[in-house]
Write a protein that binds this ligand. Structure first.
Ligand code: G16
Length: 558
C-alpha cells in the first residue's frame, strides 16, 4: 500500500510541474536559470533532497533557493549535505537525470531504480528531514513551494521552512542540527556575536586596536545579507556599521551595479556610494551573502576602487592563524605541550599570481582546485586547518575535530596551571574563538566580515596596511557569449583547455607575447558564458591579452 502511495505521489507531482524546454545541469552551485522556468527543477531537487536524507538515515539535508550573484530575474537551487557542505558530487549525475526526466513515468522509473541501486528504503514513516531557506528574489516564495511539493512527494519526508535567510545561514543550520546543537537563526546570531566579542576581548592592549577606524560601510547588494546585518549591528560593539544597498524599498535592484561580484569584477564604486566615502573602509556582499570583498574609493574624482579580494582576505586569515600557532609553539611558555597542525591553503586559477607568491613566501602549503566551493571545501578538509578562498570572495576556514580537541585540552591544561594570563593561553583562546566565529559549513560573508574586523583590530591595522601585504598583478576578466559553452573542456585545475583542439595553443601563443602573462578560459557553471581571465605586468597588457583570447574563443565557438 505504501509503495502504491509512493508511486502515486511521484506521478502526481511530476504531472503538476511539466518540464520546460532546455536542459538543466547541476553546475558550480546547483541548478540556475531564469526564475520563471525553475519550478520543475526545484521540485525535483526537493525529491532529491528527501531521498538523500532517507539514504543518510534521516540526517537533515538543506535546500537553498537562490541564484546568489546572478541578476534578479534568475533563480536557482543548491542542496546542502548533513555536514553543511555542498551535496556530495557523486549524486550530481542523478540530480541531472532527475531534473531532465522527460515525463512523469520516466521520473517515477528513475527514482525507483535509483532507490533500488542505492539501497534507499522508500515508504517508511519520518524517514527524512529537509531544511529550506530562500533569499529575497521575487520568484523565491513560488519556488520554495515547488521544493516543498517535491519533498512531500517522498513518503515519510518532513520539510521545515527556515524562512528568508542568507545561504550560509541555512548551511550552518543543517550542520548544527546534525551535530545535535541549537540550530535556529537566533542561535546563529548568538554564536557570531559571542565569538566576535571574545575575539575583541583578546586584542592585546598594546597592539593599538583602538586606532583602527570603527566605521565600516557595507554594500549589501540589495540582498538578504544587508537585512541580516541591520538586524545585528547594534550588538557589534567596537564597530560602527552603515549598510548601503540594504534592499529596502527604493534602494535599488538586487546585484545591479552593486554587490561583491560587481565590485570585484568591475573594480568601481557600487551604486549608493559617493565621494564623501573616500578613505573609509568598505565591504561588499553578494545577493545571498556567501561572498565578501573589501574596497576603498581611490579618490573623490573617479569611480575606481582599491580592492581587497578573496585572496587578500585569505592572506589576512593565514597570517593571523600562523601567528597564533607560532605563539603557542614557540613562546617557551607555561607548558611544553606543542600543537601539531597541518595548515593548508586552497586557491583556484583565479587567485592573483602575487597572492600565491606571497603565501608561498610565508612557507605555506598552497594547492589548487577547479572553481567552485564544492572543490575547495573538500580539499581544505584534508588539513588540520584548511583556509580556502576564491578571488571572488567565497571562502572560509575549516578546523579538524582533532585539532579543536588539542586546543581544548591545551586551554584546560593552561587554566589548571593558573596560566590564563599567558601569551600562549591567549593564542589558544583566539583560535578557539575564530573557529566559532567563522562558518565552517561554507563561505559566509557575515562571519567572514566579523573575523576580518576582529583581526584588523588585533593587528592594529588600517585598510592601507592590509592593502600593502602585496601588490596584485594587473588582471582582467571577460565573459564571452557562445553557442554552446560545454564544448570547452579544461584540465589542471582549469588552467589548460583540452578541448576544442587547438584553442590552448592559441592561448599559449598570445600569452607568450606578454611579460608575466597568464591566461585561461573556462565555461561558467552559473551563467551561460565562457569566462576569460588574464594577468600581465600592466593593466593595458592584461586587458589586451584577455581581449585577444576572447576573440579566439568567439571565433572558434561561434
Ligand atoms: C558560485 C560558486 C562559487 C563560484 C561562482 C562562479 O558562486 O558557489 O564557488 O566561484 O559560482 O562560478 P562560475 O564562474 O562557474 O559562474 P555564487 O556566489 O554565484 O553561488
Amino acid at each position: 500500500e505504501q509503495e502504491q502511495e509512493q508511486r502515486r505521489r511521484l506521478l502526481a507531482v511530476a504531472t503538476r510541474f511539466p518540464l520546460p524546454s532546455g536542459t538543466f545541469s547541476y553546475g558550480t552551485a546547483g541548478f540556475r536559470a531564469d526564475g520563471a522556468t525553475m519550478a520543475p527543477a526545484v521540485c525535483r531537487a526537493g525529491i532529491l533532497a528527501a531521498l538523500r536524507s532517507v539514504k543518510l538515515a534521516g540526517a537533515a539535508i538543506g535546500i537553498v533557493i537562490t541564484a546568489s550573484h546572478n541578476p534578479v530575474g534568475d533563480n536557482g537551487v543548491k542542496i546542502a549535505d548533513p555536514d553543511g557542505g555542498m551535496m556530495a558530487q557523486h549524486w550530481e549525475p542523478f540530480a541531472d537525470a532527475l531534473a531532465n526526466a522527460p515525463d512523469p513515468d520516466a521520473l517515477l522509473q528513475l527514482v525507483l531504480q535509483f532507490a533500488k541501486d542505492e539501497g534507499i528504503p522508500l515508504g517508511g514513516q519520518d524517514t527524512a528531514q529537509v531544511l529550506l531557506g530562500r533569499d529575497t528574489r521575487p520568484t523565491g516564495a513560488y519556488l520554495l513551494d515547488a521544493a516543498l511539493q517535491g519533498i512531500n512527494a517522498i513518503v515519510g519526508a518532513n520539510a521545515i521552512d527556515m524562512g528568508i535567510l542568507t545561504t550560509p545561514q541555512l548551511h550552518w543550520m543543517v550542520r548544527s542540527k546534525n551535530k545535535g546543537a541549537k540550530a535556529s537563526e537566533s542561535d546563529y546570531f548568538t554564536q557570531l556575536i559571542g565569538s566576535f566579542r571574545r575575539m575583541l576581548e583578546l586584542v592585546p592592549k598594546d597592539k593599538g586596536g583602538d586606532e583602527v577606524a570603527k566605521k565600516l560601510i557595507v554594500d549589501g547588494a540589495n540582498g538578504i545579507g544587508g537585512v541580516k546585518l541591520e538586524q545585528i549591528k547594534v550588538e557589534l560593539s567596537g564597530l560602527d556599521i552603515i549598510v548601503r544597498n540594504s534592499g529596502k524599498e527604493g534602494e535599488g535592484i538586487l546585484n545591479h551595479m552593486c554587490g561583491a561580484d560587481f565590485v570585484q569584477k568591475e573594480r568601481v564604486t557600487p551604486h549608493g556610494f559617493s565621494p564623501d566615502d573616500v578613505s573609509v573602509r568598505c565591504a561588499s556582499l553578494d545577493g545571498d551573502a556567501d561572498r565578501l570583498v573589501y574596497f576603498r574609493l581611490s579618490s573623490a574624482s573617479d569611480s575606481r576602487v582599491d580592492l581587497v579580494d578573496g585572496d587578500k582576505i585569505l592572506s589576512l586569515f593565514a597570517l593571523f592563524i600562523r601567528e597564533q600557532l607560532d605563539i603557542i609553539n614557540n613562546s617557551g611558555g607555561q607548558t611544553n605541550k606543542s600543537l601539531s597542525a597541518r595548515l593548508g591553503i586552497v586557491q583556484t586559477a583565479y587567485a592573483n599570481g602575487a597572492s600565491m607568491q606571497f603565501l608561498k613566501s610565508l612557507g605555506l602549503e598552497v594547492v589548487f582546485t577547479p572553481t567552485g566551493v564544492k572543490y575547495l571545501h573538500k580539499r581544505a578538509l584534508e588539513y588540520d586547518i584548511g583556509i580556502y578562498f576564491e578571488a571572488n570572495g567565497h571562502g572560509t576556514v575549516v578546523f579538524s575535530e582533532d585539532f579543536i580537541s588539542q586546543l581544548e585540552s591545551l586551554s584546560n591544561g593552561l587554566s589548571s596551571q593558573a596560566a590564563t594570563g599567558s601569551a600562549q593561553y591567549h593564542a589558544v583562546m583566539r583560535l578557539l574563538a575564530a573557529s566559532q566565529l567563522i562558518n565552517q559549513a561554507v563561505g559566509d560573508a557575515l562571519s567572514g566580515l566579523l573575523l576580518v574586523e576582529a583581526i584588523l583590530q588585533y593587528k592594529g591595522w588600517s585598510f592601507q596596511n592590509w592593502c600593502e601585504l602585496y601588490s596584485d598583478l594587473p588582471s582582467k576578466q571577460m565573459k564571452v557569449k557562445v553557442k554552446d559553452r560545454s564544448v570547452i573542456v579544461t584540465t589542471n585545475a582549469e588552467t589548460k583547455v583540452s578541448q576544442p583542439c587547438g584553442l590552448q595553443e592559441l592561448i599559449d601563443k598570445e600569452t607568450a607575447n606578454y611579460t608575466h602573462g597568464r591566461c585561461f578560459v573556462r565555461p561558467s557553471g552559473t551563467e551561460d558564458v565562457v569566462r576569460v581571465y588574464a594577468e600581465a605586468s600592466t593593466q593595458v597588457e592584461a586587458d589586451s591579452l584577455t581581449k585577444s583570447v576572447a576573440h579566439h574563443v568567439e571565433r572558434i565557438l561561434g
